[in-house]
Design a protein around this ligand. Structure first.
Ligand SMILES: *[C@@H]1O[C@H](CO)[C@@H](O)[C@H](O)[C@H]1NC(C)=O
Ligand SMILES: *[C@@H]1O[C@H](CO)[C@@H](O)[C@H](O)[C@H]1NC(C)=O
Ligand SMILES: *[C@@H]1O[C@H](CO)[C@@H](O)[C@H](O)[C@H]1NC(C)=O
Ligand SMILES: *[C@@H]1O[C@H](CO)[C@@H](O)[C@H](O)[C@H]1NC(C)=O
Length: 271
């Protein structure tokens, strides 16, 4: 299903990216909001979830690490990146290369993901509308004991006119994205929930907190239904741990991967 690979070369002279390439570069994720300095004194890069004080910027993308869960895998992403050219070996710079499914970590799906004719026609990640991917968004909590059915959608009372909604579910409470082993019991949309959304709301961006916006058992049918329309963008594997329910300004900028039916994306919320 996820057959496209991307290979990206990271060339950087900055100490931050260089440190990213070494082994102990993935410290445990801080859970408190800290007001970060704009530099570090001890050559240790600052890693943060929230930037700023009055105008907060929440990073709702997951870090790419070998332990990040991957679809139907018990091994996680594994070693997806390596230092291909290194200073230690006499090169003028350190250059890392990576190889991973475009549906890894925080990512978007394009219409070609489940529709062959759209794939062939070029409805790839480069064709996704940045106006949908950027703008006011509502973060909602969904009931923890159910997948997202029509009944659940109805109970959320999402007002007309809201175009972007991020759904915080039991997946966040269970910290599923922090567990290496893929867990098919994650919460997501059911087909009738997706139908209800299309028929009764103005939502064009659907964000969820695990690798698929649709529940495992109904993932193919729900993806097919939503992606067929070509006007709704699923954003998957968002990191909603530290963010409270409410209205934000959402900004998602997927990589422009021509020919790819999805793409990794950085997503942030600004309050
Ligand atoms: C960076 O920090 C220094 C002091 O640590 C401060 O004077 C400066 O204004 C800061 N710059 C920005 C862009 O925040
Ligand atoms: C470059 O990569 C090497 C590993 O080959 C690492 O030890 C070193 O710290 C990196 N940075 C620099 C500036 O050499
Ligand atoms: C450096 O070179 C050695 C010997 O050719 C090789 O075994 C090693 O993998 C290289 N390391 C990197 C980071 O390129
Ligand atoms: C959601 O659906 C999955 C199967 O797709 C199931 O394993 C899981 O238990 C359901 N979650 C809830 C909260 O009902």
């Amino acid at each position: 299903m996820y057959h496209l690979l991307i290979i990206v070369t990271i060339l950087s002279f900055s100490s931050i990216l260089i440190a990213f390439a070494v082994d102990e570069a993935f410290p445990s994720v801080p859970t408190t909001f800290s007001v970060a300095k704009n530099h570090s004194d001890d050559l240790k890069p600052i890693r943060r979830e929230v930037y700023g004080v009055e105008r907060k910027v929440f990073d709702i993308s997951h870090r790419y690490t070998p332990e990040l869960p991957a679809w139907e895998s018990s091994e996680g992403l594994g070693k997806f990146m390596r230092l291909a050219v290194s200073m230690k070996n006499g090169s003028v710079a350190n250059i890392s290369k990576m190889k991973l499914s475009v549906h890894s970590g925080t990512h978007v799906d394009a219409p070609g993901h489940f529709h062959e004719h759209y794939y062939d026609s070029g409805f790839d990640s480069d064709s996704l509308d940045l106006q949908i991917l950027n703008g006011p968004a509502l973060l909602v909590d969904v009931p923890r004991d159910k997948n997202i059915s029509a009944e659940v959608m109805k109970s959320l009372h999402i007002p007309k006119g809201i175009r972007r909604v991020l759904f915080k579910t039991l997946n966040t409470d269970r910290r599923l994205m922090f567990k290496k082993e893929f867990d098919s019991s994650f919460v997501g949309f059911l087909v009738d929930g997706a139908k209800w959304l299309v028929e009764n709301t103005d939502i064009k961006l659907v964000g969820l907190d695990y690798l698929s916006f649709a529940a495992y058992d109904e993932a193919p049918a729900t993806h097919r239904f939503i992606l067929e329309r070509r006007d709704i963008i699923p954003v998957e594997a968002l990191k909603l741990d530290d963010v409270e329910v409410g209205m934000y300004s959402l900004h998602c900028l997927p990589l422009r991967l021509v020919g790819a039916e999805g793409a990794p994306t950085r997503c942030i919320l600004i309050k």
